[in-house]
Write a new protein. Sequence first.
Length: 663
Amino acid sequence: MTASVPAYRFETPQQWAACLSTGLPEDLTLGPADGAPADVALEGAPVVAIADGGLLWLDEEGVVRRDDCAGPRLGPVRRLVADDRSAWLLTGDALVRIDPGSLQHLASFDAVGVIDIAADGRGGVWELRADHVTHRGANGRTLGSLALAEPGEQIAAAGSNLFVYGSARLRRLAGDGSAAAVEIAIDPAFQPDRLAGAGTQVLIQGRWQSPAGEKPGFLLLDANGDTIVRGRWQADPLLYLLSAKGMLALFPGGVRRLYPALVGAGGRRWLTPAMEADTLAGTWLRAEASARLPEGATLRLRWAASADEGLRSAIDALAADETLSQTARIAAIDALLRPCWSDKTLTYSGAATTAEGPPERFAFPLHEAQGHLLWLELSLHRNEAACAPGLSELAVLHDAPSLVDHLPAIYRSPSGDGDGTLRRLVGILEATTQDLDERIGQLAERLSAQRSPSSALEALAEMLGIPFHPGLSTTMQRGLIGAAPGILLGRGTRAGLQATLEALFGARAFRIVDTTERLIPVALGLSRLPAMLSGASARVPRLNARLVLNRTPLCGAAGDGLIAPPSPEIIVVIPATARERANHGQAVEHVLAALIPAGLRLRVRWIVGTATTRPVTADVLSIPAAPAPLRFGDGQRLGAATLAGERRPRLADDGIRIGHRLV
């Protein structure tokens, strides 16, 4: 975003906290065809909870069950709540804690006067009583209590907040008692029946009222009490419940579906505090927002401008009133600003793009705002997009030269632009083209192996002229492109293969053997190993006592008398894990085959391990210090490991001593 222009910026959590924020509800109609099948078993009465990834329930005899395991028999249970550490059951006169995995009975407490319970997410439980709420820890100790101004009937916990429902009213309480109770507005067309919480959400089961009659449905609230989903059912489920990871519903016919978590499903709405320009007239340029908009999602903005300080004071007082929910405060401020809101709401829609790369930049012109005070309202709407949208930054630019100031005076005067058409046009061009220079400057990043999006790596490798394979991991692909200078410089040589292997796997003990070196015949004197032992083949007949007349030919075919040299090949030994070989082995061999000279065959040997010690490159023999025999053919590379003894002396200049036996 533009840094040299005076601007109000919202980037850090503390800056965003200065705004009022609320969730935007999304209307969903769910049925047996939605979600995905859930492999769970459920029998007996619908007293259920989800804990530690498993389903707990009570059968018809009052026995706690999980999968095929049975726990204690508790009889009638009023409420079952659970988290990953504890499961709590409220019976007629007792509060029972069991282990959610083993179903072992851990403790029992007196529950006289307890109306309802809610899990605190840390192994403890909240106990709702007539005039207060008691917090009991996982160890059974009382951690504190919160007084209630009005009696409640049901309780749920979401995040660090508690929700108490009673007398047709829903109230939110801070779990640490740091804030007063706040009343949460419920859609008047919805009649609540059951309250439950999990993670950072609250599920209210109930019925939707309509002229056609009642239909079952639910409300899903976030931890602040804002409604994020208004749900209706196509077909009535037998039961449904909420966990920290989603919603489970059981439909007639045994169809079970697991719905994904609906956190932030409906988007969000922000209202900024009053922003003040440097001049009384107010010169507002534009607002720039950085957001991720999946296909189908929308980002909307409208503004309100005024020069009335009394209006500002009234709005500030409403924004600071913590006895009201943020939803109620935004609604009250909206009513006060109704005469000041802009005539149009500017909207951007998400396009089909990949999830990689930085957030998109969206600009909104503000040149029509008149007054030194400005409020902005931004809203993100998911609109059933595949993933939730997100807003990361907002900047409101003011009191700086614009493109209009560079036009000739005749076009800036009221006589030259009486209805403001030119100013509006220039304002839109200015707002929507500010990021062109930045986008041009970012083109160079597409040539960087680390900054280029993964979808562009194949084209970048093709442009550089290095082999590529989509079966390589993204890290391997970026490493391969980053090492392009060394690979291209040593292409067709051992150095090029070594650079490629290090780019793919890092520094490991690779071995690269060129078998063409073995074609050099062994000669008497100073011959380097390995080498080829030349001479006549053992199959060539010779005159001796074992020849059989009329059976043994003395002359074979042309060329049959010499040992044929093997075909030249490159042997590459790669230490790697079994997972690396299974996932990327074929792709690695494809890349290496493209880097060896024509006419050579590639043979790759995979060995288990990722050792980084490089072998000694000199071809030397190790002579044992003890009389133990020097053993050849055991797979050890010459010069790379000691075959026996405590030290590794080099072969003496005068050779091996007479009488030393090689086996």
